[in-house]
Design a binder for this molecule. Structure first.
Ligand SMILES: [Zn+2]
Length: 328
């Protein structure tokens, strides 16, 4: 196995120090979430708030139900459970108990290849960070001290990984599941035959019964997320946008893939926003029709108001529903 390395941002370390100071003279800890890319274990999020945790001078035990729930939530956001951090009161690296706990975790969760333990060891008025990677090599349980690379903030990740290419099939599958959970909308996956483009797309059809002069009385409005390739470079951009009647396209935003992959930019609120603003985008797209068919355009303008009222009554995205789903 290649030697792993941990990347952690100063903000995250500050959070760990703060939480440690909140529980004076006892051990405390939390969960670590993030990504593993090649030899890098990247900590992107820590969770400390564990009200039912047991804290003593030599012992810290987390509320297991809480941990399982949080992990499920994080996985929905494409963040993997990496391991735990916990505080030591000046006795150095992992104890036998810590090692045993890591071993047990890897045995019980055989789909996990690594378990990261981050210890913040306080002595005098200072602290030391100790990272240990646990894993099974063949059938042998292994433990390795690993290097910690401190970065100022997670934006630095864009520089570290800009040349890295990734297969993003799993990422896209997770993303579409996540969108479905939060919006109730199922995005269809499609890959272009000629190009390498991969697209997630959601269509809504609006019936325009009241428009006598229209040659057709249905309008197809779709929201898409387009990836340039399934094998993507971190510097590649993905585009989100809307299409009307499969003809008129507007790209709403292009975002570097790394920003999304490292959760620097959240895609979900952007998608929700496109649904919320669909009236606005339909109007723009109808205008773009202007040059081609002037007469048809006039007719279409007439029906803009009709579309608006249809959209309103359909309530393209119901925030209250999504929130309720989220809680469950
Ligand atoms: Zn310990």
């Amino acid at each position: 196995m290649i030697h792993k390395k941990v990347i952690i941002a100063e903000d995250t370390i500050n959070g760990i120090v703060e939480e440690s100071n909140r529980h004076e003279n006892v051990e405390t800890g939390g969960l670590l979430f993030g990504k593993i890319i090649g030899e890098y274990i990247i900590i992107l999020k820590t969770i400390h708030l564990s009200t039912n945790a047991k804290r003593t001078q030599i012992y810290f035990e987390m509320d297991e139900d809480f941990a399982i729930n949080i992990t499920k939530q994080m996985e929905k956001n494409n963040l993997a459970y990496l391991g735990n951090w916990h505080k030591h009161l000046g006795y150095g690296g992992p104890s036998n108990g810590d090692d045993k706990q890591a071993e047990l975790f890897l045995i019980q969760n055989s789909h996990k290849r690594n378990y990261l333990s981050l210890i913040i060891d306080f002595y005098n008025n200072d602290y030391n960070l100790i990272a240990t990677n646990y894993y099974f090599d063949e059938d042998e349980f292994r433990k390795k001290d690993i290097q910690i690379q401190r970065i100022v903030n997670i934006r630095e990740l864009n520089n570290i990984f800009k040349r890295k290419r990734l297969n993003i099939r799993n990422f896209i599958d997770n993303l579409s599941k996540n969108i479905e959970v939060h919006t109730g909308k199922t995005f269809i996956h499609s890959q272009s035959n000629q190009l390498k483009n991969y697209k997630l797309c959601y269509e809504e059809i609006y019936d325009l019964h009241n428009s006598e002069s229209m040659s057709k009385n249905k309008i197809v409005y779709s929201v898409f997320i387009k990836f340039p390739d399934l094998n993507i470079s971190m510097a590649d951009k993905i585009s989100i946008g809307v299409t009307l009647d499969h003809k008129f396209t507007r790209i709403v935003e292009e975002i570097p893939f790394s920003d999304i992959f490292f959760n620097i930019v959240e895609l979900l609120p952007k998608i929700k926003n496109i649904f919320n603003k669909s009236q606005y985008y339909i109007k723009i797209l109808l205008h773009s029709d202007d040059k081609q068919e002037n007469n048809d355009f006039k007719n279409r303008l007439k029906i803009v108001n009709i579309i608006f009222s249809t959209l309103k009554s359909l309530s393209v995205f119901n925030i209250h529903n999504a929130k309720a789903k989220n809680v469950n």
